[in-house]
Design a protein around this ligand. Structure first.
Ligand code: HEC
Ligand code: HEC
Ligand code: HEC
Ligand code: HEC
Length: 406
């Protein structure tokens, strides 16, 4: 009897629980969706492929290697995944020709390999030149650090030593120290009537060069850091609720800028500089919505920064209407059916089992470059080159068309 009396109450609790959970699920929904494409686990993984697939036979990186093809670290424009895949594709007849002359076997790729390789090429500009000691010394004064800190001999009373930072080669440690202590540093600066200094361009790298040169590093210890994992960084981004304010390519919060549309494909120290420069503003905004200021380990910071760098590896959605035109113009329709149009020499792409992704398309296209070349020759057609956003639009069309047919 007792039980039945409590039943309405229990039902109410369950109901509230369900509503509550549902609310959480809805609010998480936006972030779940953004997991459409994977970010590289380890951007250096493609290094092996760059050698084993023969790229190194013709391409140099930062001047090292065979200069037959262009130096891939010094491409004039920053290219994302699909633009890189488009370039690779457009140049493939020429590459194949030279490869044959040189007796290099034409490599094929699994989608995983293509993703790793493009990730590696995308990664070349992540590390910047080492900073400059003299510049760094100036900045240490100009940015007001010397008000509260010292390095080496120039210690003052009541000042905090930064000697410990002399042993770090990677800027992610300094970036972490600055970020984690941002609330204390900023409150201190506030009290002294100082404004939060911004770090632009290579400034943070210069500052690190100064710390490394001037610090008393008692046991000569040197600590390197992992390059960072964009994939882990993506998790850290979500776990720390960065996506409550920032969207990434339209998915996520609207309180602050969409980070897909910010220029964050910059050297590590520049990204770290941006994080720091905005930390005061972000902290204010976090307080308003009841978030505490997140702190990171240097490894987490390296992961987070490499994720920010990799955001533009992908692109916003393309235009499927343009893509449909390209499907015809670029000769795909001679061999593939889609939406009931086209020939069946190759598989009907609407029935393709593969989960459709840009990386999958890039590897599939590369792998059948030879089949296509033969057909084009037979029909006396020119090699369909891709430029600008064409590859992106084509992907959007195929993705949309396959989704509809399923
Ligand atoms: C046999 C020589 C050779 C090999 C092997 C080779 N390439 Fe190339 N690659 C070239 C040449 C030559 C060009 C320039 C083509 C042109 O200008 O039409 C080029 C262009 C490119 C471009 C465009 C660069 C730009 O600035 O526009 C990319 C990206 C590229 N190759 C990536 C690769 C990758 C990745 C591999 C390994 C799978 C590879 N290449 C293997 C010779 C080669
Ligand atoms: C108004 C005083 C003040 C100014 C100005 C200031 N800091 Fe700090 N800084 C602090 C305080 C306080 C801490 C926290 C120290 C602690 O917890 O031991 C700190 C901590 C740090 C740390 C972490 C130290 C550690 O033990 O890991 C770094 C790195 C740092 N500051 C760098 C800088 C740099 C670079 C500048 C110049 C842009 C700067 N700070 C300007 C007060 C200041
Ligand atoms: C409470 C809201 C909020 C949260 C949470 C937040 N940010 Fe921000 N963020 C801002 C605001 C506001 C700015 C400055 C204006 C802008 O870019 O929208 C900013 C700026 C930035 C910028 C500079 C963008 C540029 O290129 O100018 C980066 C990078 C950034 N945030 C990364 C992060 C990361 C990483 C996290 C999670 C650790 C995070 N933010 C969490 C509000 C937030
Ligand atoms: C000359 C005929 C021909 C042309 C032109 C052609 N393909 Fe293919 N395609 C094939 C064949 C045959 C296959 C089956 C795999 C193979 O042999 O490599 C295939 C496989 C594919 C696959 C993999 C499908 C799966 O489910 O595994 C994709 C994606 C693809 N092609 C996209 C394209 C796109 C995009 C174009 C236009 C730029 C294109 N193809 C042009 C013949 C062609």
């Amino acid at each position: 009897m007792k039980k039945s009396k409590n039943t309405p109450f229990i039902l109410l609790v369950i109901l509230l629980g369900v509503i509550f959970t549902y609310g959480i699920l809805i609010s998480l929904g936006a972030s779940e969706e953004s997991e459409t494409y994977p970010f590289p686990e380890d951007p250096l993984k493609g290094r092996k492929l760059f050698v084993s697939k023969g790229c190194i036979k013709c391409h140099s990186i930062w001047g090292v290697g065979d200069p037959l093809g262009p130096d891939l670290a010094q491409m004039s424009k920053k290219q994302n995944l699909l633009q890189l895949a488009g370039l690779l594709w457009s140049h493939s007849p020429k590459m194949i020709e030279i490869m044959q002359e040189r007796g290099v076997t034409r490599p094929t790729f699994t989608p995983q390999e293509m993703g790793d390789l493009m990730g590696y090429v995308y990664y070349f500009n992540y590390f910047d030149q080492p900073g400059n000691f003299i510049e760094g010394e100036k900045l240490f004064l100009e940015k007001g650090c010397a008000e509260c800190h010292f390095v080496g001999e120039n210690g003052g009373k009541d000042k905090i030593s930064l000697d410990d930072y002399g042993k770090y080669i990677s800027p992610s440690f300094l970036a972490t120290g600055l970020w984690n202590h941002s609330p204390e540093i900023l409150s201190g600066m506030n009290r002294q009537g100082l404004k939060q200094p911004e770090f632009k361009g290579q400034e943070l790298a210069h500052l690190l060069a100064y710390l490394r040169g001037a610090a008393i590093n008692q046991n000569g210890e040197i600590i390197y850091a992992e390059p960072g994992s964009p994939k882990r960084g993506q998790d850290i981004f979500k776990q720390n609720k960065c996506n409550m304010c920032h969207a990434v390519w339209d998915k996520g919060g609207r309180k602050a800028s969409d980070l897909g549309r910010r220029e964050l494909r910059l050297p590590l120290t520049e990204i770290a500089g941006k994080l720091w420069s905005h930390s005061g503003h972000m902290w204010e905004e976090m307080k308003k919505i009841g978030l505490s200021f997140p702190v990171f380990s240097p490894k987490e910071m390296a992961d987070l920064i490499s994720f920010l760098y990799f955001i533009q590896f992908y692109d916003e959605e393309g235009d499927p209407k343009e893509g449909k035109k390209l499907f015809r113009e670029k000769t795909c329709i001679f061999c593939h059916a889609l939406e009931g149009e086209g020939e069946n020499v190759g598989p009907d792409l609407g029935e393709s089992e593969a989960h459709f992704s840009p990386i999958f398309l890039a590897s599939a296209m590369w792998n059948h470059a030879v089949v296509m070349e033969d057909m084009l020759e037979e029909k006396d057609l020119a090699w369909p080159r891709f430029s600008g956003n064409e590859m992106r639009d084509l992907v959007s069309y195929i993705k949309k068309a396959t989704e509809i047919s399923k």
